[in-house]
Design a protein around this ligand. Structure first.
Ligand SMILES: [Zn+2]
Length: 110
């Protein structure tokens, strides 16, 4: 049993619906079901979205400073560790948040 951060397609009930990490920092993420090909979307509530953005901003500022110091000091292994920590503590939770509420894509919805 692994860490499950994938959603379920509402049309064909297939699991493994994930959103690209570059889209996970938007309030609304769009993807396609790997099995039936239907367009799917996920919309975060305003509170969840604002909290995620605030968390991302704090992390980005602190992480950027730490990354600059490590790169300037030539500690490449530590710099990689910071990037890995960013992925584990920011990107994966963002993907998970979006996977909680997968629904059919509706272009007219705001
Ligand atoms: Zn599907």
């Amino acid at each position: 049993m692994g860490l499950n951060i994938a959603g379920v397609c509402p049309a064909c009930q297939a699991g493994g619906v994930t959103f690209r990490w570059t889209r996970c920092f938007n309030r609304r993420a769009v993807t396609r079901c790997g099995k039936c090909g239907k367009a799917l979307e996920s919309r975060l509530s305003l509170v969840a979205y604002l909290l995620m953005i605030f968390y991302l901003q704090v992390w980005a500022i602190v992480g950027a400073i730490a990354l600059f110091i490590t790169v300037a000091g030539g500690a490449w292994l530590l710099a990689c560790a910071i990037l890995a920590a960013f992925y584990l503590t920011v990107v994966l939770p963002a993907k998970w948040l979006h996977s909680l509420d997968v629904r059919p894509y509706s272009p007219l919805a705001v």
